[in-house]
Structures are given as C-alpha cells and as structure tokens.
Design a protein around this ligand. Structure first.
Ligand SMILES: O=C(CO)[C@@H](O)[C@H](O)COP(=O)(O)O
Length: 459
C-alpha cells in the first residue's frame, strides 16, 4: 500500500482487494530504522474500522489480512497498539531484534497476530534460522529485495540465493519477497521459492492492476507445480478451498461456481466434493439444468456446507471453521488431534447447524465443521503427474458414476473369487470326511469278523 494514494487509503485498499490481492501489505516506518516515515497503529485501526475489507477464507468470514512490515528500531513498542488496531501479521526486522526476538514472537502471538521476520539485503540468511527453528517460531520470513525505506527501487536478483536456501531448508515456510517485484522480476522470485509477493509500484502504476496481480499469481503457482491448468493432483492430497460463507443469524451458505466438462453429472460433481454438498442441493441451485450428461462450459452454482464462528468463539481464538468431508474411520477425537483442536470444540461447532448432531456416529460423505485457530498445515503439494491422455486437457477429473460402478465391479470379482475358493474347500472337506467314514466302517466290519483280533481288543 506504500504506492497507494494515502489520502484515499480505504478505497485504494478496497480497489486492490477487488483486483485480486490476497493481503494488504502495510509498511510501517519510524524515520529511524529507515530514512522514511509512514503510518502507525492509528492508520491501521482506521483502515480496519472501515470494514470494507471482508474477504472469506477457508470457510470463515475473514477480515482482510493486514500484513504489517515493521521497519522500526523498537518493534516491541508496536505490538500492543497494532494488536489492538487489528493488524493480522507483524513482521519485525532481525537487525532490530537480536536481543529480544523470543519475547517479540511470544507477544505477537499473544495478541493474535502472525509473527514474521524480515532481513535487509546485507544481512546473512543464517541470522533468521534460529527464529524459524525455535520452539515458538516465526511463521514467515521476509527477504528484502531492495534496501528498505522506499518504493519503486530496482529488484536485487542476488537476494534469490537467500530465498533458494530458505526454501530448500524449510519446504513449507511462507517466504515473502518485497521490493522491485513486477512482471519482469516475478519469475526469478517464484522459481527461487518465494510464495508471498509484495508489489507496490508495479501494481499501482499499471493501467490494469488486476492483470499484473493475476500474472504474478500465475507465475508463483506454476513454480509451485500448481496452476489452473494443473489437472492431476497427487492422489489423496488434501486441498483447502477458500469459500465465502454468508452467515445471517443461523442461516449459513456458501456457493462456488463450477464450469462443467462435457459428460459430467450433478452426481459426479457432488461425489467429487466428498460430502461438502449433495446432488439434491446442486439440483435446487441449478433449476432447469439437466442433472446428467452436462455440456461443456456451463456455469453451475455449487452450494457448500459452511458456518461462521460466533463472536464468543473468535474470542477463544477460533479463526476458521473448516468444512471437513468425513471419511470412513474418522472419529471426533482423531480429528481433534489431527487439526489441533478439542473434541468439545468440534461438537459445539456442529451443534449450531445440524439438529440432533450425533458425534458418536460420523457418517462418511457428510461434512463436519472443525474450528481452527489458524490455517491448517496440509503439507506441500507434490508436483503433479504428467498429463494423462485418459482425461481431456484442462479438466478436473471427478469420480463419475461409471468409475464407481467399475470399482464396485472389481470388489464384486473379489467376492466371487473368495466364494469359489471357499465353496471348493467345503466340497473337498465333505468328500474327505465321507471317504474317512466309509473306510472306518469297512475296518469295523472286518474287525467284527476276526475273533483273534476281537480277543486282543477285549484284553
Ligand atoms: O518495504 C518496502 C520498501 O521499504 C516495500 O514494501 C516496497 O515499497 C515495495 O514497493 P515496490 O518496490 O514494489 O514499488
């Protein structure tokens, strides 16, 4: 936001979010750590108060993420006011926190903000390792790609070695780059491993900021092996889908749009979403659309189960309600461990929207709301497999009813094979018993007719 028109900060922020920005990067400079003076907590508070920044992420009505970069000599002094003001991320400089970074991280977290550490171009990358590896670590490293203080400077490609080293060492760490990023430099940053891109002048100075944002996003996604054109995700890879959950009293609703692929059906689409929606719900939202054998490129509205946390839960640090598709074998206690929450919190979250919710009997292909304190770590996405000619290009394979049938057919064959083996064994066993019985009978009758043998037996 450093390149925005500060006199119209709120509308500039809204404009950027509408152009597709995920976060608003707020540069806080004290005129001492860097030779420039910008904004502080009061401006962040005003911006937060406008409430124009509501975005939705992971099923939770989220306020815009205010990513605050503290270019200040005493970051400790800013934690309390920025926490109160509504900052989301608090990134301090390692050069300004050599003595007290542990205390800083702990306090930032206690105020509900996400801690990050930034380093100037001249600072060796090794300086941030302890902050990432300690017991209570930072959640993001910001590699400055210009000397901090001013926007519009030239990108420093030499900094990419730091990004590469970090990415190799910490595969799932958020790595942010800041300074001189735009369409001409994004590929260098993305291929080095950066996944959070701060761009000021290249976006605000563009006739179409949305175009620049989408171009940069594409570059980062592709470098991570994930893009809109990626059709094959690794099997069993969990995915988070951000959804906009509209909550009005006890009425919760989220909708996503889906572009169809020729031959798809409501049933197949519902099945691919594993319980987050139903065939009937899709039908109700798309009246007049035939439920099977859909054509190419039809836009469908897909309703998804969601809910928003109550204000009392937000106080208890619940920030996200995840709509989780229940699988065979899931139990409330296992899920509580998996998502680092408590069984009680899950039960209470689900009581809100499902009358007679029975925690003891989770049903596969239904959804469960899981309250989370933050975005869950799902592990990095593996590189997608090579395109496979069985599926058309740019399609997301969904499990079609045909596929399911063929799976059931295979299961059917297993049962049949087992039946033949068991049946044959029974026949063989019966035959064996009959032969044995017959032999015994013959022996007995021959015994009865042999007096010598009879006398021996009687002795
Ligand atoms: O922190 C800073 C500068 O200190 C950055 O946020 C830059 O201001 C980004 O602006 P551009 O280099 O993209 O113009």
């Amino acid at each position: 936001m450093l390149s925005s028109d500060f006199a119209n900060l709120a509308s500039e922020a809204e404009r950027m979010l509408n152009c597709g920005a995920d976060w608003l990067h707020m540069d806080i400079m004290d005129g001492h750590f860097v030779p420039n003076l910008t904004i502080g907590a009061p401006v962040i508070e005003s911006l937060r108060k406008t409430q124009v920044y509501d975005t939705m992420l992971y099923g939770f009505s989220y306020r815009a993420y205010l990513d605050c970069h503290l270019m200040v000599t005493n970051p400790l002094d800013y934690i309390e006011p920025l926490g109160k003001a509504g900052a989301s991320g608090f990134t301090f400089h390692v050069e300004a926190s050599r003595e007290n970074w542990r205390e800083l991280i702990q306090k930032i977290k206690s105020k509900g903000m996400r801690p990050g550490v930034a380093l100037k171009p001249g600072t060796p990358i090794e300086e941030v390792y302890p902050l990432v590896e300690c017991e209570n670590p930072v959640e993001m490293v910001l590699v400055m790609t210009v000397e901090p203080g001013f926007g519009g400077q030239k990108f420093m490609p030499d900094m990419m070695d730091k990004v590469k080293t970090l990415r190799k060492k910490y595969p799932s760490l958020d790595i942010e780059v800041d300074g001189g990023l735009g369409p001409s430099t994004i590929d260098m940053a993305a291929s080095a491993g950066a996944n959070c891109i701060v761009a000021g002048s290249s976006v605000f100075g563009a006739p179409e900021p949305a175009h620049v944002i989408s171009l940069m996003r594409k570059s980062v996604e592709e470098a991570n092996g994930f893009s809109a054109d990626t059709e094959f995700l690794p099997k069993d890879q969990p995915l988070l889908m951000p959804i906009e959950c509209k909550c009005n009293g006890s009425f919760f609703q989220a909708e996503v749009t889906k572009t169809t692929i020729k031959g798809e059906s409501f049933y197949g689409i519902a099945e691919s979403l594993e319980g987050l929606t139903t065939c009937r719900a899709i039908q109700e939202k798309n009246l007049g659309v035939p439920p099977s054998n859909l054509g190419d490129n039809a836009r469908l509205l897909i309703p998804l189960r969601c809910a928003c946390p109550y204000s009392s839960e937000v106080g208890l640090a619940t920030r996200i309600l995840l709509s989780y598709p229940v699988s065979e074998g899931d139990t409330i206690s296992n899920l509580a461990i998996k998502f680092n929450t408590t069984p009680e919190a899950i039960v209470s979250a689900n009581n809100r929207s499902v009358a007679n919710f029975k925690p003891e009997s989770l049903v596969p292909l239904t959804s469960l709301l899981i309250p989370l304190k933050g975005k869950p770590a799902l592990g990095p996405l593996a590189k997608p497999r090579e395109p496979n000619s069985r599926f058309p290009e740019s399609s997301i394979p969904v499990i079609s009813p045909h596929k399911k049938k063929s799976k059931m057919w295979i299961v059917g064959i297993y049962i049949a094979v087992i039946g033949v083996v068991v049946g044959a064994s029974i026949v063989a066993a019966v035959a064996f018993l009959l032969i044995q019985l017959k032999k015994k009978k013959q022996q007995n009758s021959s015994k009865e007719g042999d007096p010598e043998l009879n006398s021996l037996v009687q002795v």
